[in-house]
Structure formats: C-alpha cells, structure tokens
Design a protein around this ligand. Structure first.
Ligand SMILES: [Zn+2]
Length: 254
C-alpha cells in the first residue's frame, strides 16, 4: 500500500457517513461492458445506441424485438460481484455506509449483499420491467420467460402497453425524487468515494462538488482522469477490485 492509499484507508476508518458513488468501472471487472466509456459499445457503434433510445424504442417494434433479444443474452444475468462490490458490503457491515449511489443498472451491489435500502439507482434497474402506459412494474425474468416462449415483443398483461426495462434510456428523464435523495445523501456525507465513474454525466456528477462544499472529504478511484481530479482530496488509479478491499478494510481485524 503506498502512502496515499494508506491516507484514504485512515480517512475511511475515521468516517461514519461514507457515500459511495459507483459507475460502469466497478462492473467491468465482473464482465459487464461499459456502454458509454471510451471503449464502450455505443462509442464504437453509434447504431447500437438506437436500441437504448426511448423514441426509437416506443415507435419501432423491430427495435423492441432486438432489445428483448439482447436482454435475454445480457452478461448481467451470469455476472458475479467482484472485490469492489464486496468491499462496499464490508463498509456497510462496519456501520459506515450512509448510502450507495450507483449509475449502474445491473443490480450487482444488491447481489453482493448491500442492503437494497442503501442503494440509490439513479439510472434504474434492468432487473425489473415497467409498462410505459400504466406504470406496472414486475420482475424482468418473468417477462424474459415470455420472450423465450416465443413472444418477440411481450405487451403489458394488464393494459397491453409497451414494456421496457425499468432503466433510464437515452431521451428519458431521470426520476426527480431519486436524484433528490442522491444529492441529499451527498450533502450528508463525511466522505464521498467515487468509484469507476468518469463523472461526466450530470446531475449525478454534481454530487462531488456538493459533498465537497458541505465539508466532506472526496476520493476518486478511477482508471481514467475525471474533471474533478484537481479539486478532490485523493485520486487513486489502481484496479477497483484490488484497491477498494484494501481501502475498506476487507480482511483486516477490528
Ligand atoms: Zn400496462
């Protein structure tokens, strides 16, 4: 452990309200591709982005059929949480995790064991579906069973409306109450740790200056530079699955 890492570990030890803000980088180590990053699928193939654009999805049945087929094969269904996810579970076990704000839709934090009540999913979850007409919500796997059984574009069983994963697609608004609770958590933090996010998507990236202005220490763990690197207390570039367990005291004795 180098000096900086050791500092951050001590800051975490001294904190009682840590807020973690996680992005795609924590899930790539579990084999889930980063769609928007520099090597992302959408960055390399803008046509693929159409599948995640709400306007094409609502107006084109072929886009929906393709989307359902790609949901069937999504790597998230077989992905396992990695050391980064488990480190945040340890932080909660130690009574330090105030909230976990995530831009990820894969549900791996809950699968790892973080309490669902601690997790604020600002871009929704792919583990549920919602009806775009009556707002019914239900488990994704139930609807995927219908796709496997031959329904190419399964409609809502209550109202016949269009079903979609309960995620925020391109062109769709964020949920104001969810963003508000993420920002409130950032203001209440005594330490904010941003993990695997390039901090370029607003309003979520705004949690960093907000926490800092409210007096929290801010730490960034990300392989690539972010716009906030110069204004935070520490920036760590090591792989998340290695550095986060060391920071959060996994394997240490208390
Ligand atoms: Zn419906």
């Amino acid at each position: 452990m180098d000096g900086r890492t050791d500092d951050v570990r001590r800051w975490i030890d001294a904190s009682s309200r840590v807020v973690a803000l996680t992005g795609a980088g924590i899930s790539t180590e579990s084999g889930i591709p980063d769609f928007r990053g520099p090597q992302g699928l959408w960055t390399k193939d803008p046509k693929a982005e159409r599948l995640s654009n709400i306007h094409y999805y609502m107006s084109d049945p072929d886009v929906r059929k393709l989307s359902w087929r790609s949901r069937l094969d999504h790597p998230a269904w077989t992905a396992k949480p990695n050391g980064g996810h488990l480190a945040l579970v340890e932080l909660e076990r130690r009574g330090k995790l105030h909230a976990l704000v995530t831009q990820n839709i894969d549900g791996l934090h809950q699968l790892a064991g973080t309490s669902p009540a601690k997790v604020i999913e600002v871009h929704g979850t792919m583990r549920e579906v919602m009806c775009m007409a009556c707002w019914w919500r239900g488990p994704m796997q139930q609807v995927l069973e219908r796709v496997r059984a031959g329904e190419e574009d399964p409609p809502c069983e209550w109202c016949g409306g269009i079903l979609k994963s309960a995620t925020i697609s391109f062109g769709q608004s964020l949920v104001p109450s969810v963003i508000a609770s993420a920002m409130r958590a950032a203001e209440q933090a005594d330490l904010l740790i941003a993990v695997g996010t390039s901090l370029q998507v607003y309003p979520v990236a705004g949690a960093v200056p907000l926490a800092s202005a409210a007096g929290a220490r801010v730490v960034i763990v990300n392989a690539e530079p972010t716009p906030f690197d110069d204004m935070v207390d520490a920036v760590l570039r090591q792989p998340i699955g290695e550095i986060l367990p060391a920071l959060c005291g996994v394997g240490a004795r208390y």
